[in-house]
Ligand binder design. Sequence first.
Ligand code: KIV
Length: 272
Amino acid sequence: MSTQTKIIRKTITDIKKMKASGEKISMLTAYDYAMASIMDECSIDIILVGDSLGNVVLGYDTTLPVTMDDMLHHTKAVARGANNALIVADMPFLSYQVSVEEAVRNAGRFLKEANAQSVKLEGGREFSETVRRITDSGIPVMAHLGLTPQSIHQLGGYKVQGKKEDAARKIIEDAIMLEEAGAFSVVLECIPEGLAEEITQSLTIPTIGIGAGVHCDGQVLVINDLLGINERFTPKFVKKYANLNSEIKKAVKNYIGEVKHGNFPDSEHSFK
Ligand code: KIV
């Protein structure tokens, strides 16, 4: 008899039903097995292996240097840790922008090699054909509008998007086009809450907000931000639910002190 745990992950159908029933969708990023297991045990709905990996785990200034190999490596680890949550893998910069063919092949690698169930990509109407072709290949796509960090140099900085009427109109139209192209949900990053509400009401697929107010169908945060691990600049939309930076420092300093003074290991942690 097999002793393996049966993996029954949430599906995109479950996620779409949550919008219909009015149940809010919870999503967090994870980059490794340990964190994915913990949040899966807490019944998170969606785990995103975000390309924020570049900033919070790999120490880059932007997400631009993140590669397919980086993303596949970390998605595999997350997938080993999560038995219940839907897993979304972020397509890194230049893995889907060069051609539709490359986009489909790279998207497929996340399902074939890394055990993800879906992918996310940034961009509006200019990627609707890409979204359509990836979706038609059997790979669910989460879209991402508003502040799209892979276009940071084009946007001129990490700023709130869609404040002016024409910019807001374009984001609404993009969202509708991406839904028509087959996206199963859309992340809305750093846009005014009124605009996010209008988009949420205009779409039949769920919106997942980050810095987009309470009216989205779900919310996402970067796990390192939520846990207060990094001391770097914290954006206004981040709520720190813990301060692990100081907790970790306390534990590490304690350990160093005990090692230096010969108090660790004591008899409880030694073999006779
Ligand atoms: O990479 C990431 O973590 C993301 C979220 C901020 C949505 O794209």
